[in-house]
Design a binder for this molecule. Structure first.
Ligand code: CA
Length: 225
């Protein structure tokens, strides 16, 4: 899951970035409206955290532009406290949620999580299932055949992404884009390394593997080979 933050206050942007990274999101942050709009239109994000007051182009104008271009990426709008009109305008312009400043970082992260859940097709289901594998996306508890599996934040993010795309083959670049930030060198074999770790944890010792390699293309989670 990849999130874009458009917030001119660099300190706030960096706090938000860290809070979302701790939740396993890949995060990009930009500090002015024009750059924000370009990033939002160029890269496929799973959610955008959008401040209203921005230099270059304000948040509402970015939002209207995205929606007019049929970009439906879920948007969490950050509004100044007490600006009810601003929030109404925001919702009318196509925002999916809003959070008045000052906000609590934990709440912001929870709301972003809820937005990505809603948009991922698994609508209300917070538990992702495949055969005897269960992943609770709220508690992040992973069970295979009733046994708890411990995953690192990044391993979990990779598993959740693949599971949300279950039955569909995900290419390395696609996985890289959704699970890692772009400061990683795409030439590394990071994805393969993490795939191996996740596979060792969820498939080892089980008769039917769930995480499959599609040679030359990528990876897919499904019941049969
Ligand atoms: Ca601002």
């Amino acid at each position: 899951m990849r999130v874009l933050i458009i917030e001119d206050e660099k300190k706030s942007a960096s706090f938000i970035r860290r809070a979302l990274q701790a939740e396993g999101f890949a995060v990009d942050a930009v500090h002015n409206g024009e750059e924000g709009l370009i990033a939002a239109l160029t890269i496929s994000y799973d959610a955008i955290v959008l401040d209203i007051m921005l230099p270059g182009r304000d948040g509402l104008s970015i939002l209207r532009e995205l929606r007019s271009k049929s970009n439906h990426t879920p948007v969490l709008l950050l509004s100044a406290r007490g600006q009810v009109d601003e929030r109404i305008d925001g919702l009318n312009a196509g925002a999916d949620d809003y959070l008045p400043k000052p906000y609590v970082l934990g709440e912001l992260a929870a709301r972003v999580r809820a937005l990505t859940r809603r948009s991922s097709g698994e609508s209300r289901s917070v538990v992702l299932k495949l055969a005897d594998l269960n992943v609770d996306t709220v508690t992040r508890k992973v069970l295979r055949a009733g046994q708890t599996i411990d995953l690192s934040t990044r391993e979990y993010a990779l598993l959740e992404y693949l599971l949300r795309s279950k039955g569909r083959v995900c290419g390395r670049m696609q996985i890289m884009e959704k699970v890692w930030d772009y400061d990683f060198d795409p030439g590394t074999n990071l994805v393969d390394v993490y795939i191996r770790r996740v596979r060792d944890k969820i498939d080892a010792g089980h008769a039917r593997p769930l995480l499959h390699t599609v040679r030359g293309i990528g990876y897919v989670m499904k019941e049969q080979q």
